[in-house]
Write a protein that binds this ligand. Structure first.
Ligand code: AHI
Ligand code: MN
Ligand code: MN
Length: 302
């Protein structure tokens, strides 16, 4: 089986320097060898370099920050991921900020239009250009993928809104803007917040999540994992940490259970920012990131 590792050093979807350095820390922690050791043939084409878009050339579109740069990079990611899924490989995209998922999920949908998306995150990332406060596009990828009102802007015309609300489910939510809560309700989007994780336990939550988007377990799964879904004591070095997150085991259980379905076709691990904490905290966050990738790609405890 092939896994493909796209190391995607990208940070223009948010404002904190350093998240573009996430991928290199994950690779330098030995992730490629670790995946080889669990039986994958890893094609690692180095760290993606993207066309530069100067701030001067980046048009002012409402509050959006770096819209042209984010659009160009995510379009390039969509193409790269699309090629790899076409080749029967399993793209593992290491971010970089979560705006990358506009590219990775578009890539997956180009081959698997019926794929379902499991979005593991403290945040819903479903603001639109109209509801956003910050203009940071890493808080908006899901609204673009769904083609919500206000996301049909020429700069992002390459996005084919193939994702539908019934094929999206969240796990780990605990920091949702009012505008996002409204959107989630309006579109009946299923979300298992940390309240449900406490109430039902992670085993039941994953089962319910899969029942919702993949009742017959016959749909390909794209798992998009924002490392800030984990509790900040587990993964501290990330841009928008929120207390009360997933334990080390809960995060790994999600990856293990999705892997067990045999339906995983693409995996993202994003928002590791190695410039935000002391060396020990960075090392701990990178180690958890590598471990989550291994779990999603089949590493088992027994
Ligand atoms: N980590 C983030 N998304 O997952 N930050 C942006 C969202 C803040 N509302
Ligand atoms: Mn996110
Ligand atoms: Mn997040």
């Amino acid at each position: 089986p092939f896994s493909f590792s796209c190391k995607t050093p990208f940070s223009a979807g948010q404002r904190k320097a350093g998240v573009d350095k996430g991928p290199i820390h994950l690779v330098e922690a030995g992730l490629v060898d670790q995946l080889t050791e669990i039986g994958w043939k890893v094609k690692f084409d180095g760290h993606h370099q993207f066309e530069e878009v100067s701030a001067a050339d980046d048009p002012q579109i409402g509050k959006l920050r770096n819209p042209r740069l984010v659009s160009r990079v995510t379009e390039a990611v969509a193409k790269a991921v699309g090629e790899h899924v076409q080749n029967g490989e399993l793209p593992v995209t290491l971010g970089g900020d979560h705006s990358l998922a506009m590219g990775t999920i578009s890539g997956t949908l180009s081959k698997y239009p019926d794929a379902c998306v499991i979005w593991v995150d403290a945040h819903a990332d479903i603001n639109t250009p109209e509801t956003t406060d910050s203009g940071n596009i890493h808080g908006m990828p899901v609204s673009f993928l769904l083609g919500l009102e206000g996301t049909k802007i020429p700069e992002f015309s390459w996005i084919k809104p193939l994702l539908t609300p019934d094929r999206l489910v969240y796990i780990g939510l605990r920091d949702i803007d009012d505008g996002e809560k409204k959107i989630l309700k309006e579109h009946n989007i299923k979300a298992f917040s940390m309240h449900e994780v406490d109430k039902y336990g992670i085993g039941k939550v994953v089962e319910l999540a899969l029942d919702h988007v993949n009742a017959k377990r016959d749909r390909p799964i794209h798992l998009s994992f924002d490392v800030d879904a984990m509790d900040p004591t587990v993964a501290p070095s990330t841009g928008t940490p929120v207390r009360g997150g997933l334990t080390f085991r809960e995060g790994h259980y999600i990856c293990e259970a999705v892997q067990e379905t045999g339906l995983l076709v693409a995996f993202d691990l994003v928002e590791v920012n190695p410039s935000l904490a002391d060396a020990a905290s960075v090392q701990a966050t990178v180690a958890v990131g590598c471990s989550l990738v291994r779990a999603a790609l089949g590493e088992t405890l027994l």
